[in-house]
Design a binder for this molecule. Structure first.
Ligand code: SAM
Length: 260
């Protein structure tokens, strides 16, 4: 019994998010399945909901991420948890369609929407869509110059496995970028944001996507995501160096950047 307790304590220290689906305690394998269900359910309305929930701000945050990358045409890019392609399309545009970009996501429904959007935009070359788990990427070691993950890491069951995989697939000197919701420090703003998250977002989710529960999970998962300084430490533990973080919109969102 004592051993079992010790093991479970160790696991929650090493992998504090993996035991949670929003505010619900679940087994790690169950979390992966539940997250899959969420994104199967929201895929078709995902882009519209992003605009509504963030009042279009997600576009500015994604644009900022691309400026931080300063993309070059001769680099190879991997966008993990790339979903419906927002980051990949920006990278494609920033490199005049010359750079090879791979989108990898665990969810076939999200990828299907992304591929349809790419066809609508006339993007037929240099963009691959691959189904795969961030924790076990289906790519060889040292393959990419840039790894991005936008609003994806908080959905991954074992974040540290995903960070180690990021380090594995990057070339030496390659760069890691994580754009993710973070934590607002200012108490007044924090309260206003909590109110908006609890009262407004699930209602919009219900009205527009007919699915309050999935949006409830998305909000709860933001609260469970590691603090900025903790994520910096975990990047170092995964083998990255020169880890730094930039806060956007008063800390509502942050970009963590690091180098292999
Ligand atoms: C909030 S969406 C973000 C999509 C896109 N990056 C964006 O910024 O619009 C989160 C994505 O993470 C994907 N995801 C969740 N867990 C994953 C995992 N373990 N491996 C790869 N993708 C995952 C989901 O399927 C979903 O497409």
């Amino acid at each position: 019994m004592a051993v079992k307790q010790a093991a479970s304590t160790a696991q929650s220290v090493i992998n504090p998010e993996g035991d949670w689906f929003g505010e619900r305690r679940v087994a790690p394998e169950q979390k992966t399945e539940l997250v899959l269900d969420v994104f199967h359910s929201v895929a078709r309305k995902y882009d519209l909901m992003n605009d509504l929930m963030s009042a279009g701000y997600h576009r500015l945050w994604k644009d900022r991420l691309i400026r931080m990358i300063r993309p070059r045409k001769n680099w190879a890019y991997l966008d993990v948890a790339g979903g419906t392609g927002d980051i990949a399309f920006r990278l494609h545009e920033a490199t005049d369609g010359k750079a090879p970009i791979t989108v990898c996501d665990i969810n076939a429904s999200m990828l299907k929407v992304g591929e349809a959007r790419a066809i609508d935009r006339g993007i037929l070359h240099n963009l691959d869509w691959v189904e795969g788990n961030a924790e076990k990427l289906p790519f060889p070691d040292n393959s990419f110059d840039v790894y991005t993950i936008a609003f994806g890491l908080r959905n991954v069951t074992r974040i540290d496995n995903a960070l180690k995989e990021a380090a594995r697939v990057l070339k030496p000197g390659g760069r890691f970028f994580c754009l993710e919701f973070s934590h607002v420090d200012n108490p007044a703003l924090k309260n206003a944001y909590a109110l908006y998250s609890d009262k407004v977002i699930p209602k919009i989710g219900k009205m527009v996507a007919g699915d309050a529960e999935s949006y409830q999970y998305l909000i709860e998962s933001i609260r469970k995501f590691p603090r900025r300084n903790i994520l910096l430490q975990r990047l170092k533990l995964a083998g990255f160096r020169a880890a730094r973080v930039e806060k956007l919109s008063f800390g509502l969102v942050a970009v963590h950047e690091a180098r292999k």
